[in-house]
Design a protein around this ligand. Structure first.
Ligand code: NAX
Length: 331
């Protein structure tokens, strides 16, 4: 039998945490043959609720779950973890300035970076979910210099899956028959959901999604804004932000990263830019990637038209501004 993998979930007493930990314990993230030990971190005001989640995990009698650590101590939480899913953060509240929210998250991610760097297992893979996800991941990278930059990513898979879902709904087909959409840039409303390279499986073979959808005005308009604004639409409908879809996307992200993407398929991940596609190096930016042997690689050589270029640049500008704001919180 395989040795258990230790998976950290921060903010585990929150809504995404509550949806995510049972998925991990059931093998959705790492496979049905992979035992796991869950490490759950939250802050002292949530300690009692976190303990309740631990009780439920015990009560669920998950065969793959070999242990549960529930703690408010970052060192205990980070010790020996192979995978860290960072969901905990400071949410933007009514009337708060952007800078104040950024400043809270910068200080959280700075200190958690140090705990991970010192106490996580070698080669720990990190996924940041908490917003501002790209910039929190960048801060974590800066303050954990001994963790390879390739190991620090942020979640844009939810946006990617939302884009697949919109195409499938529009064409009235199965979502599993659509692939290779791309989310470029920030996990925010400036993200660019790109269908130019997406394909659809049909009885007559694979066809470009653009050809099947045909309505260029929809693809350039409503499709993009629906994906960009989907988070807000969920909040309006549920009075709570997306949780089950975010948890599921976090599992997809880690599963594909660790176990590999299917041949001919790419996914979107927020990763440290090396300047590919003329995206400024040194930002955490969402790119199309393939994964193999536990490493992601940016898909190269996709033709970029003028419409796409503008949108890819606009979201990079926003990330550059966020980076500057985050750095101004450090001094
Ligand atoms: P909740 O407020 O339900 O849960 C957050 C949890 O984090 C709380 O239990 C809180 O006590 C805990 N926390 C706060 N500071 C902490 C710290 N320093 N260390 C450990 N835990 C801490 O929010 P939820 O709906 O679960 O969302 C979590 C985060 O995900 C938010 O930042 C949210 O904006 C972000 N999202 C990101 C998405 C993405 O695709 N990247 C999509 C969904 C979601 O909106």
């Amino acid at each position: 039998a395989k040795d258990p993998v230790r998976v950290l979930v921060t903010g585990a007493a929150g809504q995404i945490g509550y949806a995510l930990v049972p998925m991990i314990a059931r093998g959705v993230m790492l496979g049905l043959d992979q035992p796991v030990i869950l490490h759950m971190l939250d802050i002292p005001p949530a300690a009692e609720s976190l303990n309740g989640v631990k009780m439920e995990l015990i009560d669920a009698a998950f065969p793959l779950l070999k242990g549960v650590v529930a703690t408010t101590d970052a060192v205990e939480a980070c010790t020996g973890v192979n995978i860290a899913v960072m969901v905990g953060g400071f949410p933007r509240k009514e009337g708060m300035e952007r800078k104040d929210v950024m400043s809270k998250n910068v200080s959280i991610y700075k200190s958690q970076a140090s705990a991970l760097e010192k106490y996580a297992a070698a080669n720990c893979k990190v996924l940041v979910v908490a917003n501002p996800a790209n910039t929190n991941a960048l801060i974590l990278k800066e303050f954990a210099p001994s963790i390879p930059e390739k190991n620090i990513t942020c979640l844009t898979r939810l946006d990617h899956n939302r884009a697949l879902g919109q195409i499938a709904e529009r064409l009235n087909i199965q979502v599993s028959d659509v692939k290779n959409v791309i989310i470029w840039g920030n996990h925010s409303s400036t993200q660019y959901p790109d269908v130019n390279h997406a394909t659809v499986k049909t009885p007559g073979g694979e066809k470009p999604a653009r050809e099947l959808v045909a309505a260029d005005d929809w693809l350039k308009g409503e499709f993009i804004t629906t994906v960009q604004q989907r988070g807000a639409a969920i909040i309006k409908a549920r009075k709570l932000s997306s949780a089950l879809s975010a948890a599921s996307a976090a599992c997809d992200h880690i599963r594909d990263w660790v176990l590999g993407t299917p041949e001919g398929t790419w996914v979107s991940m927020g990763v440290y830019s090396d300047g590919s596609y003329n995206v400024p190096a040194g930002l955490i930016y969402s790119f199309p990637v393939t994964c193999r042997n536990g490493e992601w690689t940016i898909v190269q050589g996709l033709p970029i038209d003028e419409f796409s270029r503008k949108k890819m640049d606009a979201t990079a500008v926003e990330l550059t501004e966020e980076k500057a704001l985050a750095y101004s919180c450090l001094s």
